[in-house]
Design a protein around this ligand. Structure first.
Ligand SMILES: O=C(O)/C=C(\CC(=O)C(=O)O)C(=O)O
Length: 295
């Protein structure tokens, strides 16, 4: 198989997303998106679990402008492993309008961390989904976290709700801000005040350094597009309980979706349903991401 032949069942991002009806506040940040390749320039990692369609920085920046965002936070995806070249290239061409969350090898040098910082990286991502990443011992991850803490960086964690009990002690020992991807992937067929989501809310309540992205209705929903109604109460609860610790992102180009590909304009139109006041929208889209990534 050629290095960058995309998976046979891969769904590519929406070719023609709609312009949202909701007008984003000035300075809004898409705080979770990716770039993929292009594979011919930035080859995918040999250890990857999937091969996506290419999704370039130019396409990401065009989407940013169409939707009305001013800035992006580009998150390293597992298909590039700890080779951050595609991410750094996107940051370098963003005119200061993008920051990054990288993946780093456990033995990353101080000089490399410094270089990443200067390029606009402000965090590292630890991925706990078995379908996406091989197991790394917790003490190895902890030592990475201890090394990035003095830079003022944070740790982004991606896991599924059923794994939180086992990860709890690790997460609560991390010495940085901890940003959880996609609300900790709740099972939205369970009640929003049921034990599973209650555990996640308790994590945030008891640990003021834990933040959450209220992102990815298209991945979490069972009721499905275009309105993803079943996800709304979960996102609403986090936004209203922790208004200064939530972030929102498109998750473009939506890797590994199997049932459908969302229209990114429709995703933006969900924002006023989950952040129901102008003040909450300002915090979610502007104040919180600016404090975390551009301070
Ligand atoms: O884009 C996301 O946030 C979610 C992903 C991909 C991912 O995290 C990765 O490849 O690193 C997923 O659930 O497959």
């Amino acid at each position: 198989m050629p290095a960058s032949a995309m998976d046979k069942d891969w769904l590519c991002f929406h070719p023609n997303p709609s312009k949202p009806g909701f007008t984003l506040p000035p300075g809004a940040v898409d705080a979770h998106c990716h770039v993929f390749g292009p594979g011919a320039v930035f080859p995918y990692a040999p250890e990857r679990k999937y091969t996506p369609c290419d999704a370039s920085k130019e396409q990401l920046f065009a989407l940013r402008d169409l939707l009305g965002f001013e800035r992006n936070v580009i998150v390293q995806a597992t298909c590039h492993g700890s080779d951050n070249r595609a991410l750094l290239d996107a940051l370098a061409h963003s005119n200061g309008r993008a920051r990054g969350v990288a993946s780093v090898a456990p033995d990353v040098s101080e000089a490399e961390l410094r270089r990443l910082h200067e390029a606009g990286v402000r965090g590292v991502r630890f991925n706990f989904l078995k379908r996406l990443a091989d197991f790394t011992p917790r003490e190895v991850l902890m030592s990475v976290a201890e090394r990035i803490a003095p830079l003022g960086w944070h740790v982004v964690v991606y896991f599924e709700a059923q794994d939180l009990p086992e990860l709890w002690n690790f997460f609560t020992r991390l010495p940085t801000i901890v940003v959880v991807d996609h609300m900790g992937r709740p099972d939205v067929t369970q009640p929003v005040d049921g034990p599973q989501f209650e555990r996640f809310v308790r994590l945030m309540r008891e640990h003021p350094n834990v933040w959450s992205k209220v992102s990815c209705p298209e991945r979490v929903s069972v009721s499905g597009p275009p309105t993803y109604d079943d996800v709304v109460p979960f996102a609403q609860r986090l936004v209203e309980s922790f208004p200064d610790r939530v972030l929102w992102g498109t998750d473009w180009p939506h890797p590994n979706l199997k049932t459908h590909m969302p229209d990114d304009g429709t995703l933006v139109d969900m924002i006023p349903r989950i952040a129901r006041t102008v003040q909450l929208q300002q915090q979610l889209l502007v104040d919180n991401p600016m404090r975390l990534y551009w301070a």
